[in-house]
Ligand binder design. Structure first.
Ligand code: AMP
Length: 187
């Protein structure tokens, strides 16, 4: 089963993706993690995107699509993918459709974690204290939220027509959100 989980930064996508991947034995595909790992390992891509990411801007579709392609075509991960943070733009969504079609896969469930800006700000402030992530200062948070709204809204419109699309209230407690998602997935 392949799943997409998306929503604004700080909506709890990562937490829910980890929970689902543990329950269903899926591979969490977090483009944020993939990009941060490039930066950490000082690869050519990493050097290229370091500033972009720390400012809260998006990496280019070219870079992200390339990273995703490797994962989608990894035989070990076939039909066991949970996308977290991808697709974030309409062109990424269309690219994913193409990659899935070529690799004979499809998406079974699409979850949109919807959450208000104020809740997100509070959560990310808390996470910054706990994890000390360089991209998590307040102005970055606001920029990421606005960038999200601008580029991801068309993704929402694209997927919301799909019969496997589920909108979940992301301002609820983490465990309640998990329960709702698990009920839909019947696990
Ligand atoms: P995240 O961990 O999902 O919040 O992502 C952290 C940062 O990585 C984002 O603010 C973007 O700069 C970058 N990023 C993550 N996923 C994508 C994507 N699909 N497209 C472009 N940039 C991304």
């Amino acid at each position: 089963m392949n799943v997409i989980i998306f929503g604004p930064p700080g909506a709890g996508k990562g937490t829910q993706a980890i929970n689902i991947s543990n329950k269903l034995n899926l591979f969490q595909v977090s483009t944020g993690d993939l990009l941060r790992s490039e930066v950490k390992n000082k690869t050519d891509i990493g050097k290229d995107i370091e500033n972009t990411i720390s400012k809260g801007d998006f990496a280019t579709d070219e870079i992200v699509n390339d990273l995703i392609k490797k994962v989608v075509f990894d035989p070990e991960k076939k039909n066991k993918l949970i996308f977290d943070g991808y697709p974030r733009s309409l062109s990424q969504a269309k690219n994913l459709e193409i990659l899935l079609k070529k690799s004979n896969q499809k998406i079974e469930f699409i979850f949109f974690l919807n959450v208000k800006k104020e809740t997100i700000i509070k959560r990310i402030e808390k996470r910054s204290l706990l994890e000390n992530r360089a991209d998590d200062n307040l102005s970055t948070i606001l920029k990421r939220y606005d960038a999200y709204m601008e580029t991801t809204k068309p993704v929402l419109d694209f997927y919301s027509k799909n019969e496997n699309f589920y909108e979940i209230d992301g301002s609820e407690e983490i465990t309640e959100i998990s329960t709702k998602i698990e009920q839909i997935l019947s696990v």
